[in-house]
Structures are given as structure tokens and as C-alpha cells.
Design a protein around this ligand. Structure first.
Ligand SMILES: *Cc1c(COP(=O)(O)O)cnc(C)c1O
Length: 333
């Protein structure tokens, strides 16, 4: 049931030609701070603007053409499933609630998926996806707790280790853990001594809380600059939880202020536009929350962010997030 390196190698064949083998580029600024090469894996350059295309393509490949696929993510997973299904000529139905902003609905539709708008909560959308599975024979694709999805994300680890066999530390943004599980499994199969650190925001970090509790637990979801890292891991989690438990050397948490600053660093020093979720690895190094001893890489996981909010951050303005305000600070002051 647990995917292994052979599954990742097979996934690499399956996704080739649709998902890109993205560049792994040095960050001179971060390298100078670390005293070692610090590398950025640019998954923000994937066709959908995020790495989730990899897992979605590998999962969709296992589904009968006639049936079709469904999920209820309005974020990068929904985009990945929509794009992967269209690339393979398979029907995709993405379920979402009436409260989802029109821009997100339009974005998913533009990728060729059917959008099913139902109810007023994520739970209603989830119930509809489950109905489509029961009554119409669609296959639901999990964003992280699926062996094909994990193997697909693992291809990132394969590419990184092929490019830099001397790598000693991998810093991986962590939410549901499909990315961290796949990347850690592939990287450690190739180089057992590599240290893999999962990084989340310090409010509402479901995997971190679950690892501490020793079983999947629920956490309250809180607004974060790293919005792609929000959400639970599922109380019935079968794969990404035990894999993260066994494969991650450590999990580190960063604050919203840390993320705000690291977004400025990635923008001004490396000229990269990326989501808050992408910079948690930089933030952990910049704040000394992880120390790196050797060549280090992190994954710039996606670029699908609210540009108004991004503009506020890079110009040093305050950002309102749910019940809190992050105090602005101009970069370099
Ligand atoms: C989904 C996602 C993550 C986290 O991946 P998990 O497999 O859920 O841990 C990180 N960054 C971005 C941009 C994402 O879309």
C-alpha cells in the first residue's frame, strides 16, 4: 500500500510531457546566509502554477476513461485535477460551495473541468463529491492521502537528487503531507543520510499536531499567509500521516511575520513571485529555526496567490488576516 521508489520512477514516466521537470536554481542571497549552496526547486513554473499537477496526473492515469474524476478542492489540487483530466481526455467534476469566490470558480472552469456549486460549506461540497462517487461512478482524488498522489509528488525528490546528489538537507512545506511523504521517501531511498525537514505555519498546523499526538487530530483552521498549508489531514488518514511520522527528521513551525518577511526576501533577492506556502523553508533558515550544515534545497511549491495581498506585502503594508493584522515593514528597513 505504501508507495516506494519503484512507484515514483513509474510516476515519472506517467507524468512526463505534461508536468515539467522544473529548474533547480541557486539563491545567491540565501546561500550567502547559510554558507552553503541553497537551492530553489521552481514548482511555481508548472503549467497550473503549482506542483500538485504531478500527483493529480499520476492518480488520473489509473482511472478508467469513461468514469471520470472528482474532488472538492478550490485551490491547487482542484487546478491539478482539472488540468490532468483534460490532458488525459477524462471528465472532471470539481465540487465547491456557493461561498467560493468567482475568480476561483472561473479559474477551475478555464482549465476545462465541470464545476458543481452546491451548499454553503466545504462539507456540503465534500458530500456532493461522495454522491458523485456512489451514484455516477466517478473516482475521488485525494489531495494528499493517496499512494499515486504521493508517488507523483515524489518525482520532485527524484529530480532534486539527480541534479544534486551532494544535497544534505531538504526543507519541505508541509500541510496534508503528500508532498513531504513523497519527497522524503524518494530522497531517502536514493540517499538515506539526507535530512528532510517539514515546515508549517505555527497556527493550525494539522500534521504537526497529529505527529505530536501520535494519531491524526483535528485543528481549528486559521487564516494564514500560507493559505495552501491550511486544512486538516483527515481523521482516517492512512498514508501521508504514517509516512511523515516515519520519514521526516523534524517538523518546524514559522510565524506569519516570518512568512511575510520571507516573501519579501524571495521577491527582492531572487525576483520570484510565490505563495506564502513556498517561503516557509526560507523563513525557517532566516529565523534560525533550522540550522543547515551542507547543501540545502527547498521547494517553491506554487504561485497562485492573491496579487492584491502580494502587492501589499512587497510594498511593506499591513495585511489583515482573519482576526489579526500583520504589521507591515518595508524590505531592507
Ligand atoms: C498543497 C500545497 C502544499 C502542501 O502539500 P501537502 O501535500 O498538502 O503537504 C504546499 N504548497 C502549495 C502551494 C500547495 O498547493
Amino acid at each position: 500500500m505504501r508507495p516506494d521508489l519503484a512507484d515514483v520512477l513509474a510516476a515519472a514516466q506517467v507524468i512526463a510531457g505534461v508536468a515539467d521537470a522544473t529548474p533547480l536554481v541557486p539563491s545567491p542571497h540565501m546561500s550567502a546566509i547559510c554558507g552553503h549552496d541553497f537551492l530553489l526547486k521552481l514548482e511555481n513554473m508548472q503549467p497550473i502554477g503549482a506542483f500538485k499537477l504531478r500527483g493529480a496526473l499520476n492518480a488520473v492515469a489509473g482511472v478508467q476513461e469513461a468514469a471520470g474524476v472528482t474532488c472538492c478542492s478550490t485551490g491547487n489540487h482542484g487546478r491539478g485535477v482539472a488540468y490532468a483530466a483534460r490532458a488525459r481526455g477524462i471528465r472532471a467534476v470539481i465540487c465547491m460551495s456557493e461561498l467560493v469566490p468567482q475568480a476561483k470558480v472561473d479559474g477551475i472552469r478555464a482549465l476545462g473541468a465541470e464545476v458543481c456549486i452546491i451548499g454553503r460549506s466545504q462539507d456540503d461540497a465534500q458530500a456532493e463529491a461522495e454522491r458523485l462517487v456512489r451514484e455516477e461512478g466517478l473516482t475521488e482524488i485525494s489531495p494528499f492521502d493517496d499512494p499515486k498522489v504521493i508517488a507523483g509528488q515524489g518525482t520532485i525528490g527524484l529530480e532534486i537528487m539527480a541534479a544534486r546528489p551532494d544535497l544534505e538537507v531538504l526543507l519541505v512545506p508541509l500541510s496534508g503531507g503528500g508532498l513531504a511523504a513523497g519527497v522524503a521517501m524518494a530522497a531517502k531511498a536514493i540517499k538515506p543520510s539526507i535530512r528532510v525537514v517539514g515546515i508549517s505555519m505555527d497556527r493550525g498546523a494539522a500534521m504537526h499536531e497529529s505527529l505530536r499526538a501520535g494519531r491524526p487530530v483535528e485543528v481549528e483552521e486559521v487564516a494564514s499567509l500560507a493559505d495552501s498549508l491550511g486544512g486538516g489531514i483527515g481523521l482516517k488518514n492512512r498514508l501521508s500521516f504514517p509516512m511523515c511520522r516515519d520519514l521526516l527528521d523534524e517538523v518546524v513551525l514559522v510565524t506569519e511575520d516570518d512568512i511575510y518577511h520571507a516573501m519579501q526576501v524571495l521577491y527582492y533577492e531572487d525576483r520570484i513571485v510565490a505563495e506564502g506556502a513556498c517561503v516557509v523553508g526560507l523563513a525557517a533558515v532566516l529565523t534560525g529555526k533550522v540550522s543547515v550544515a551542507g547543501p540545502t534545497a527547498t521547494i517553491v511549491t506554487g504561485r497562485n496567490l492573491d496579487m492584491d495581498m502580494f502587492t501589499r506585502i512587497i510594498t511593506g503594508q499591513d495585511v489583515a488576516l482573519g482576526d489579526t493584522v500583520i504589521e507591515g515593514k518595508r524590505y531592507g528597513t
